[in-house]
Design a protein around this ligand. Structure first.
Ligand code: GRF
Length: 196
């Protein structure tokens, strides 16, 4: 049975694209019913438009985070999504979001092997991994819950090696490819089995 999902994004949207591609190639039995974005004018919105997916912008500023995210939660709920995927959504989710969303499960992709290097985001994760001299890193998809950051049951992890020659940028590229795989696999875990 096809799983209706909502995808929350903030920028480039390559993880969103990985889901779009997997669905188009029938590797993932899902349908993206809404792309919800925290910023106007970002590439993720173009990717949604090209794929014919409805999108909404819920601009988040310090003053408006709660209202914007409540509206985002209501829109997601109204879309009929049965899973919310945080795919590069770069804001902490206010209680008003969780209140609006109700029981719909939420998952998040993080570019490290959690619990290692949790609580950081974007390039800061890769800078910390390289600075620590770690020999491996990777991608983690986990359940996300109210009031928690980079915590929640781990659903899928993909490991990648880190070489002493890596810069945060070269590592980010390698981890990103692992993220795309891990995210498709993790969403697949929520696809209801077909009735027999
Ligand atoms: C990814 O590395 C994701 O793990 C992190 O932000 C980045 C988003 O990339 N939270 P994209 O927008 O999916 O290309």
């Amino acid at each position: 049975m096809t799983l209706p999902i909502a995808v929350c994004v903030s920028g480039r949207g390559s993880n969103l694209q990985a889901l779009i591609d997997a669905i188009e190639q029938r590797r993932l039995d899902a349908r993206i019913v809404l792309v919800a974005c925290s910023r106007a004018g970002v590439p993720a919105l173009d990717r949604a438009a090209r794929a014919g997916i409805p999108s909404g912008v819920f601009p988040v500023t310090k003053a408006t985070r709660s209202e914007a995210q409540a509206a985002m939660g209501q829109a997601i709920k109204g879309s009929g999504a049965r899973l919310v995927v945080l795919a590069g959504y770069d804001r902490i989710l206010a209680d008003a979001f969780w209140d609006a969303l109700g029981e719909v499960p939420v998952i998040n992709i993080h570019p490290s092997l959690l619990p290692a290097f949790g609580g950081l985001n974007g390039m800061k994760v890769h800078q910390a991994v390289v600075a620590a001299g770690a020999t491996e890193s990777g991608a983690t998809v986990h359940r996300a819950y109210r009031g928690k950051l980079d915590e929640g049951e781990i659903l899928v992890q993909r490991r990648v090696p880190v070489s002493p020659r890596d810069t945060p940028e070269t590592l980010a590229d390698r981890v990103l490819a692992a993220e795309h795989d891990a995210l498709v696999q993790a969403v697949g875990l929520f696809v209801p089995a077909a009735a027999s």
